[in-house]
Design a protein around this ligand. Structure first.
Ligand SMILES: Cc1cc2nc3c(=O)[nH]c(=O)nc-3n(C[C@H](O)[C@H](O)[C@H](O)COP(=O)(O)OP(=O)(O)OC[C@H]3O[C@@H](n4cnc5c(N)ncnc54)[C@H](O)[C@@H]3O)c2cc1C
Length: 424
């Protein structure tokens, strides 16, 4: 693996900040356009959201998290300290503008426009992802077996009926399943579910971390330079070559700079004067290496807000949305609470060798990523804020960023993802 900590004298065509799934996707797409690429990361081997996520290619998730009626449910969840949603009191003052914007999203007009913008990305995921997996030699790592959303109560299923109907309008393919069919498909589930929905186009990967490792190896093989360091700010002064400036003061010059720093991206955007609402939505899970064969496909537990995915490396049980900032230590009791739900609904799991994890989802209040040029610095392209869908939308984001870098008309209208939406 090539690695240097020094600045580069002659500018690369593209400097990418961040070597998570999004940064690697952008670097890969740029390299395939024939551009020279350097990637900066503070720790190429270190943990990140891209390593430990649930592995779902969640193309059916085309409505924002802030669904109508969520605030009522959220109030209930917040009472339970280990419930699906947690807002740390210490983080509240910083998070307030984000939550005020989150509350505006579920107004009918916003909600519909955001959903269409999410669908515009999700409906083309396989067009972009499959060629990437082929290039990485990882097509076999994708399991296209759909996913199941399961409901314990008639009331919860009925309450979601409108959202399911709307999702169908957005291009999501799904069908309801009877209890007997559910038992045939997933016999390990406790016999408590009254309704199930099969999400036909959902898929899951064998192991998200293996994808990161393979993607990084591939971009290096295609000629990318890896530069270990913390990008402290962007310098785009007129007359000077644009550069990412590392914490030690070294300049890494690039004709264009892609900011793909996940939940840490806001600092770099602000260094240019671009306003963005981005928070870390911390999620937890536990991976059970000896229990993976219990399910055939990802299962989403509708009322309890957790998921279980049968990765090759183990059954991964997780979820949760904890707003406590980027620095607070993990509270693994949240992972334990999710595992306890797993025990209840997938009885008899072998828990030998279980490992717990926490990761920072880069979350915007409208659930849309930020993709496109900085209005203040033409050389800077943003690619962050993918929230729950960074794995799903990684290859599509790479393809769109390549369109921007090559100054082509993007294959999807990028207006809804512009960073300028946070300044209106
Ligand atoms: C519990 C959980 C479950 C999830 N499940 C799914 C799922 O099933 N499907 C799905 O599609 N998505 C899922 N996600 C979301 C997905 O994991 C993220 O959206 C995605 O990984 C974000 O990728 P990223 O590259 O933007 O960020 P990251 O993976 O966080 O990578 C950002 C990188 O940038 C580097 N960096 C940041 N700032 C700087 C800087 N200034 N200088 C140098 N380096 C910097 C960091 O070191 C890091 O390596 C889940 C997330 C969580 C937490």
């Amino acid at each position: 693996m090539k690695r240097t900590a020094t600045s580069s004298a002659s500018p690369h065509d593209v400097v990418v900040v961040g070597a998570g799934l999004i940064g690697l996707a952008c670097a890969h797409a740029a390299l395939r356009e024939g551009l020279s690429v350097a990637i900066i990361d503070r720790d190429f081997e270190g943990d990140r959201a891209s390593h430990g996520n649930a592995g779902g290619i969640a193309v059916s998730e085309s409505t924002p998290i802030s669904v109508p009626g969520l605030y009522f449910k959220a109030a209930k969840w917040l009472i339970d300290p280990l419930g699906p949603l947690r807002l740390s009191p210490a983080h509240l003052p910083r998070a307030l503008p984000w939550f005020l914007a989150f509350n505006r999203v579920n107004r009918p007009q916003h909600y519909a426009a955001i959903s269409h913008a999410l669908a515009a990305l999700n409906n083309r995921v396989y067009d972009d992802l499959l060629p990437v997996l082929d290039d990485l030699g990882m097509r076999n790592a994708l399991y296209r077996r759909g996913a199941l959303t399961v409901y314990e109560t008639d009331a919860a299923f009925a309450a979601d009926a409108r959202e399911w109907a709307f999702k169908r309008e957005l291009g999501v393919r799904w069908h309801a399943l009877g209890v007997a069919d559910l038992r045939t498909l997933e016999p390990a589930l406790a016999p408590v579910f009254k309704h199930a929905v099969m999400l036909e186009d959902w898929a899951h990967l064998s192991d998200p971390r293996a994808l990161v490792t393979q993607w990084r190896a591939r971009v290096v093989a295609l000629g990318a330079t890896l530069i270990q360091g913390e990008a402290a700010q962007l310098d785009v002064l007129v007359g000077d070559a644009p550069a990412a400036v590392l914490a030690g003061g070294q300049r890494v010059a690039g004709r264009q700079i892609v900011v793909a720093g996940g939940a840490w991206s806001a600092t770099l955007a602000r260094s240019l004067g671009d306003r963005v609402l981005l928070d870390s939505e911390r999620g937890y899970n536990t991976t059970l290496p000896a229990a993976t064969a219990m399910l055939a496909r990802e299962v989403i537990f509708a009322e309890r807000k957790f998921v279980a995915t049968p990765l090759d490396i183990g059954l991964r049980i997780g979820g949760a949305a904890e707003f406590a900032g980027l620095r607070a230590p993990p509270n693994y009791r949240r992972a334990d609470a999710l595992l306890a739900l797993g025990r209840r609904f997938i009885p008899g799991m072998n828990e030998q060798g279980a490992s717990r994890w926490m990761g920072h989802r880069p979350a915007t209040p409208d659930s849309l990523p930020v993709i496109g040029r900085s209005p203040r610095a033409n050389a800077v392209v943003y690619a962050f804020g993918h929230g729950h869908l960074g794995l799903t939308q990684s290859a599509t984001t790479g393809a769109l960023v390549a369109d921007v870098l090559m100054r082509r008309t993007p294959r999807v209208d990028l207006a809804p993802y512009a960073i300028s939406r946070f300044s209106r």
